[in-house]
Write a protein that binds this ligand. Structure first.
Ligand code: TYD
Ligand code: MG
Length: 456
């Protein structure tokens, strides 16, 4: 086999060097040299691939080009399709990222099985686990299906041959960090390798119309395998998020050439894999029983999707000198700020209380519109008085105690009324038309809002 020439290319200035060095000799940047194939080999062309290449290079009137929309493959899981923008697009390459153990392999095996059951030829390439391990998971999630093939390899050339041999419509590569090209000296998972693997698979996708789904681990820095390495090369990046010990998983598109990045998908990890939840919007509310003190419901906007979420607070007299403050699903500093505002502007003094705040259902909320519900839950817990069961709250609390309306309050209110709530307490919005809809109560400051919610 002829030796393939590789060079080390600086990711900052593009200069090529024959050897790896810690610093780029041209621009002086550190740790930017990445091993790259000097002249990428032409992709091995089977007759069918060659036809596809010829067809693609030909000029055709735009009206004669088949729309990618029409050919979308449904994943069989509504929440996944929703985030993809309607299903997998043939000829596209996607990246599913997430922390180890979050459920990437589970989700993709389920999707692979569903596609195979719909009559597609699906190949699942596993570089991380043995075929037997994947089969074991398959038994658990109903993934032992005719039309779904497994290939256990960590070699790129073998993977490409397997894709070709399987004539796959859909290929899952689990994971992109465990597959490497023998032409590069770096270990699998290094920036050069990951880029090469993704680039070659992207070529296959575009040339043969195969849909390629890559699994990628998210590094501690929150990026997938080297900064921006993969995101440029793929058509869509979907993150699977959630608390490891909780069962809720959120799917979110960070990039999507074929759909919106505003959608979220809500899934639940069960004993037999990931499942859709019956009414996602109601999923994050603890119970339908009579309201208890310390619970407040807000309508959070995840992308453009409104979700009713219960905020739970517990204020208990502290046993020791300095009170404890602990939160899950919400920023602790934000809660500390709200505790201070409540003391100063609403007469709710928590200085000698331990405070615990929890977002139900394992969701994480980062938008300031959750402020008002957190503040109301705290006040409700301290006063041991439940919040009116038909009330939801959404608004940002300023340090002055003044409120600001939640963005897209109308959208939130629509969802709240669909769920049977009769009142949305919010703040004044900067635009006009605040409080125009019946059921929206506009409070100027935190004291007035607590009055509406707690009936002070
Ligand atoms: P996995 O898909 O292996 O995660 P990843 O590929 O992202 O590393 O899922 C790992 C976790 O999911 C594991 O801790 C067990 C759990 N799990 C379930 O709860 N139910 C199931 O049906 C399966 C297959 C896994
Ligand atoms: Mg895995």
């Amino acid at each position: 086999m002829p030796a393939v020439k590789t060079t080390f290319v600086c990711q900052q200035c593009g200069a090529a060097a024959p050897k790896w060095a810690g610093q780029c000799a041209t621009c002086g940047a550190w740790n930017t040299l990445v091993e790259t194939l000097a002249a990428p080999r032409a992709i091995a062309r089977t007759p069918s691939a060659a036809r596809a290449v010829a067809g693609m290079a030909a000029i055709s009137p735009i009206s004669a080009v088949e729309s990618a929309e029409a050919a979308r493959l449904s994943s069989g899981i509504g929440e996944v399709d929703r985030v993809l923008g309607g299903g997998f697009v043939p000829g596209s390459i996607l990246l599913f990222g997430g922390d180890p153990g979050i459920g990437k392999s589970t989700l993709l095996l389920q999707v692979a099985a569903r596609l195979a059951r719909d009559g597609r030829r699906v190949l699942y390439v596993t570089g991380e686990e043995s075929a037997a391990q994947v089969r074991g998971r398959g038994e658990r999630v109903g993934g032992v299906v005719e039309g779904l093939s497994l290939a256990a390899t960590s070699d790129l050339a073998t993977t490409l041959t397997a894709i070709d041999a399987a004539e796959a419509d859909v290929v899952v590569v689990d994971s992109v960090q465990t597959i490497g090209s023998a032409d590069l000296s770096g270990p699998a998972g290094s920036v050069g390798q990951v880029r090469e693997v993704a680039a070659r698979l992207a070529e296959v996708a575009k040339q043969t119309g195969t849909c390629v789904a890559l699994v990628g681990h998210v590094t501690k820095e929150g990026t997938v395998a080297g900064p921006r390495t993969l995101e440029h090369l793929v058509d869509a990046v979907i993150y699977i998020e959630g608390e490891r010990l909780g069962s809720t998983r959120l799917l979110r598109a960070a990039k999507n050439r074929f759909g919106s990045t505003d959608e979220v998908g809500v899934l639940e990890m069960r004993g037999d894999g990931l499942a859709e939840v019956a009414d996602a919007s109601r999923f994050f509310i603890e119970s339908d029983e009579a309201p208890s003190a310390g619970a407040a419901v807000t309508i959070a906007l995840e992308g453009t999707r409104p979700l009713a979420v219960e905020i739970q607070a517990l204020c208990a007299p502290s046993a020791f000198g300095s009170p404890r403050r602990a939160t899950t699903g919400i920023d602790t500093n934000r809660v500390l700020m709200l505790i201070a505002v409540l003391a100063r502007h609403a007469g709710v003094n928590l200085a000698s209380h331990d405070v615990y705040v929890n977002v139900a259902g394992g969701l994480r909320i980062d938008e300031p519109a959750a402020d008002l519900a957190v503040a109301a839950a705290l006040a409700s817990s301290l006063r041991e008085r439940p919040i009116d069961a038909a009330t939801v709250l959404a608004g940002e609390v300023a340090l002055s105690g003044r409120l600001r309306g939640a963005v897209r309050a109308d959208r939130r209110w629509l969802e709240a009324s669909r769920l049977g709530y009769r009142q949305l307490v919010t703040g004044p919005s900067r635009g006009s038309g605040s409080g125009s809809a019946r059921g929206i109560v506009v409070a100027r400051d935190i004291r007035a809002a607590l009055g509406s919610a707690l009936g002070d």
